[in-house]
Design a protein around this ligand. Structure first.
Ligand SMILES: [Zn+2]
Length: 327
């Protein structure tokens, strides 16, 4: 039963871990999420090597050079949500210089720039970074070391931290790059959510093995505190991520082809040649009238019980940490 996690212990606290979920990723390789109950934190085991990760995040696999991932109406919806996020963040920090970590082709940076922010991005994938620079004229670097300490008023890191090998170090680095009093907004899938706990292997946001870590609100808040941040707000109802998380996780739990509906939305792929894929898509589409309202209801309920499928934490860098890191 413990296959995949028996030889592992928690990377953060050293305690024993248990299998939370297991999955077959790209290349038919088996991955497990090894979960520490004390930290409320999961880790993907085995950890993919750099070459595999690079391939999994390549421009062709993840999005095209323009940054488009979905059919047009969904792209409009996602763009509206980016603008809404800029507006929400303005309640915590009004203007100045903003950094988006894992900026992709720079769509969120463009929304910030549109609202008067001076913007910069970090994108580890060279091809994607080049596209962001040439297509959208953005300042995008491929290494964190390119940025000056205490030079940002806002750092956004949205659904990126779970892709990074050393997330704690990344949060500490963000603290260093922010001016004292600067604000960080971190959004991650929540392994402590109802949708994760109920659907386990079928959870849409598992995304193995691209997601190296599986965080919870508790772990993220505690780690932000340790890195010199004061948590201002936790947001647990992200309509797009959480409702779709339920919808696709419920479909996955019925035994349909994993994330088949999502693949259809992101690539318009009907795949009529493969009967299993085609059957899964047709059944998914037939179930939408029932599953969309059900997913909305579940997303609202889990958020009310502080167990949203994803969580976004807004935190402010405190001046105290600034002094202790001064040299
Ligand atoms: Zn632990």
């Amino acid at each position: 039963m413990n296959a995949g996690c028996t030889d592992s212990s928690c990377s953060m606290c050293g305690r024993p871990v248990v299998v939370f979920a297991a999955h077959t990723g790209a290349g038919e390789k088996k991955y497990s999420v090894c979960y520490c109950e004390a930290c409320v934190l999961g880790k993907t085991v085995p950890s993919p090597d750099d070459a595999t990760l690079h391939e999994l995040h390549s421009t062709q696999y993840y999005r095209n050079g323009e940054g488009v991932r979905f059919a047009t109406p969904f792209e409009w919806l996602v763009e509206g949500m980016r603008r809404w996020r800029v507006y929400r963040l303005s309640h915590f920090v009004r203007n100045g210089r903003a950094l988006d970590i894992g900026c992709g082709s720079g769509r969120f940076l463009r929304a910030l720039r549109h609202s008067g922010w001076e913007v910069a991005g970090l994108e580890l994938n060279d091809d994607t970074a080049t596209a962001a620079r040439t297509v959208h004229g953005l300042m995008v670097e491929t290494a964190l070391g390119a940025f000056t300490d205490e030079s940002f008023d806002l750092i956004s890191i949205t659904h990126v931290l779970e892709h990074i090998r050393d997330p704690r170090q990344m949060l500490a680095d963000c603290g260093r790059l922010l001016k004292p009093g600067g604000v960080i907004a971190v959004a991650v899938p929540n392994i402590d959510s109802w949708q994760a706990r109920w659907t386990r292997d079928g959870w849409f946001h598992l995304d193995l093995p691209r997601h190296l870590w599986h965080f919870s609100e508790g772990w993220l808040s505690a780690t932000l505190n340790e890195c010199g941040f004061e948590v201002l707000k936790a947001r647990r109802l992200d309509l797009a991520h959480n409702i779709f998380g339920w919808l696709q996780s419920l479909l996955n739990s019925l035994g349909l082809r994993y994330n088949r509906f999502y693949s259809f939305l992101s690539s318009d792929d009907l795949d009529t040649d493969n009967l299993t894929h085609y059957f899964s898509l047709v059944v998914s589409l037939l179930l939408l009238p029932l599953f969309i309202p059900l997913s909305l209801l579940l997303a609202v309920l889990e958020a009310l019980f502080h167990a949203g499928g994803t969580v976004e934490i807004i935190a402010r860098r405190t001046a105290i940490e600034h002094r202790s890191e001064g040299n």
